[in-house]
Design a protein around this ligand. Structure first.
Ligand SMILES: [Fe+2]
Ligand SMILES: [Fe+2]
Length: 268
């Protein structure tokens, strides 16, 4: 591993200042839940790619431990800053409602296509943490900026490894550009998926005695849009999404405003 969360200086966080950031609390806690549940994904992916021992070994020995470390690092951040929050209890709620959604049925129909979907997910995470890093820098919170920076780099590395595997499978599958665009677009639409909503709901229910209503999450999403507008690295996302299309530079340049528009339509 390129970094170890045990070496992060959590004790030097300016807790009093960060603790007031309600939006950040929901954002980081949700991310910690989703990351720490990567064990389930690893098992599903290992089953799907069982014909390929190299991929399975990497998923088990590198990908899963790194994703779990993301979860642990964020969990420790939440428990340091918002120490009254019952992280374990909220996570229990999240896991119970979320696990039935994590099945092989959610996978793409072919191995190259699923690798494309994984690349979209890693694009989403690497750019999300880059945005968190920028936000933290502006907040003058270097510890969270450092954690987000480390995680973002790991996610880019995951993207590269999935890209390698995609190329391997696509040498046989030979997906056309239209098929590639379709998989990317369909997976992008799921970025704002059930996981984030279930995480928000679990946190809300842990904090309040009143029942959760969807309008609370809709309100939170407005905050996410504002956050994205200010901090989201759109160009980085577009570059990563376009890579499997192997476009020449002129076409790539011409596609940028179109993709940017599509991302906005999708609320990203
Ligand atoms: Fe991660
Ligand atoms: Fe990742």
């Amino acid at each position: 591993m390129r970094w170890h969360y045990e070496e992060i200086d959590y004790q030097h966080i300016d807790k009093a200042r960060v603790a007031r950031q309600d939006f950040l609390f929901y954002l980081i806690t949700s991310a910690s839940f989703i990351e720490i549940t990567s064990d389930v994904y690893e098992k599903n992916l290992a089953t799907f790619y069982q014909d390929n021992p190299k991929v399975v070994e990497w998923l088990q020995k590198v990908w899963e431990p790194e994703e779990l470390q993301h979860g642990k690092a964020l969990k420790k951040y939440v428990q340091t800053v918002w120490s009254d929050f019952d992280w374990e209890g909220a996570y229990e709620r999240f896991r119970k409602e979320y696990l039935p959604h994590c099945t092989l049925d959610e996978f793409q129909p072919t191995k190259a296509k699923e690798m494309l979907a994984r690349m979209v997910v890693e694009t989403g995470t690497s750019t999300f943490y880059r945005a968190v890093e920028r936000f933290s820098q502006e907040l003058n919170e270097p510890i969270l900026a450092q954690i987000a920076h480390n995680i973002s780099k790991d996610e880019i590395y995951h993207y590269d490894k999935f890209y390698e595997a995609y190329e391997y499978y696509n040498a046989t599958e030979k997906l056309g550009k239209n098929e590639i665009v379709k998989v990317i677009y369909e997976r992008l639409k799921m970025v704002d998926g059930e996981d984030a909503r279930i995480a928000y709901k679990a946190i809300y229910e842990t904090l309040h005695d009143t029942p959760f209503e969807d309008r609370y999450y809709e309100e939170h999403k407005k905050g996410v849009s504002k956050f994205a507008k200010k901090y989201y690295p759109y160009n980085m996302a577009i570059k990563m999404l376009l890579k499997p299309l192997n476009l020449n530079k002129t076409v790539e340049k011409a596609s940028v405003p179109i993709i940017r528009g599509a991302l906005k339509v999708l609320g990203i």
